[in-house]
Design a protein around this ligand. Structure first.
Ligand SMILES: NC(=O)C1=CN([C@@H]2O[C@H](COP(=O)(O)OP(=O)(O)OC[C@H]3O[C@@H](n4cnc5c(N)ncnc54)[C@H](OP(=O)(O)O)[C@@H]3O)[C@@H](O)[C@H]2O)C=CC1
Ligand SMILES: O=C(O)[C@@H]1CCC=N1
Length: 279
């Protein structure tokens, strides 16, 4: 069995599938101080692999070579692409290797069924603010993963954001909330910038006004410790402008739309997992 170093010393991490979230993880880990020599990745497209190696100084390998040199395998392919990857991994993974799945919807039991008996699996739902060291990641242990594996994963992800431990039964809901969450905020910002255009404000200025308002509001939420209702009420002056906007948001069912949207995302996560039940 390979000698396993503690994370932060010599632990090699292989990112399998260096797409959007895989690249965000590589980039975030490097920015967080992890040496490039401790990171490898696999990628289907040679051109993209070469571009990533050039950009980050990290080696692109085949799946068997990555499995042979890594202590931690981070699976970051689309859930729909998991079957061929598991076929490739099953004969080359050592049961001492920690497998970390970032895949929406896929239960740890799917990996446990397909990989060598006893392989520890940790399911993680991160999000793209990892690129700027501000990820929210939720982690859950599979049946062969213990607290030491969760500690390793938490240590791995801490430099790129915050980490919460959740029961695996909550991972589909977490995926809908924080996994997809950044997209909802980007969507709102996009819509608010469009409102600026409607009111005759140039796009650059509208962007600046809205983005800095979002940054300021996020900082108040994160640092002030006050409930969002209190913060919103403090902006909403009696007989003023904000309440007129809030009335329109209520009239158009924005709160109900948000509840339905996040429920639909949760349902899709469940469905992505069920698609592999027969394998
Ligand atoms: N994007 C996000 O915000 C988040 C995504 N996730 C999860 O992360 C995973 C990846 O998502 P995302 O980064 O958006 O997807 P991407 O499609 O951007 O990235 C996946 C990458 O893996 C490549 N790939 C597919 N199969 C293999 C294989 N067998 N070996 C090596 N590389 C392979 C894909 O190539 P090709 O394009 O040719 O198929 C693609 O480049 C998903 O499971 C998703 O649920 C989790 C949290 C947030
Ligand atoms: O949209 C998706 O399926 C992935 C999972 C969470 C965020 N993006």
């Amino acid at each position: 069995m390979r000698a396993r170093g503690r994370l932060g010393r010599m632990t090699t991490i292989a990112v399998l599938g260096a797409g959007r979230i895989g690249e965000a993880l590589l980039s975030g880990l490097l920015q967080g101080g992890r040496p490039a020599a401790e990171l490898v990745f696999t990628e289907k497209h040679p051109d993209r692999a070469a571009a990533l190696s050039e950009r980050y100084g990290v080696r692109g390998l085949s799946v068997p070579d990555a499995a042979a040199c890594a202590d931690v395998l981070v699976v970051a392919v689309k859930p729909q692409d998991i079957e061929p990857l598991l076929d490739e991994l099953a004969p080359v993974v050592e049961p001492s290797t920690l497998v970390v799945s970032l895949c929406a919807g896929l239960p740890t039991s799917l990996f446990e069924k397909r990989l060598p008996e006893g392989t520890p699996v940790v399911r993680v739902m991160p999000n793209t603010p990892m690129l700027v060291g501000q990820a929210m990641s939720a982690v859950s242990a599979g049946s062969h993963a213990g607290p030491e594996h969760l500690d390793l994963v938490e240590e791995l992800l801490s430099p790129v954001g915050k980490v919460a431990r959740v029961p695996e039964s909550q991972q589909d809901a977490v995926t809908a909330l924080s996994g997809s969450g950044p997209a909802y905020f980007f969507y709102l910002v996009e819509a608010m910038i469009d409102a600026g255009i409607l009111l005759g404000i140039p796009r650059d200025l509208a962007g600046q006004l809205i983005i800095q308002s979002a940054v300021g509001a996020a900082a108040m939420l994160a640092e002030g410790g006050q409930h969002p209702v209190i913060l919103r009420e403090a902006v909403t002056s009696p007989g003023g402008t904000t309440i007129m906007a809030i009335r329109e948001l209520e009239k158009h069912g924005v709160r109900a739309a948000m509840l339905a949207a996040i429920e639909a995302a949760r349902d899709r996560s469940v469905e992505l997992g069920r698609a592999h039940e027969d394998h």
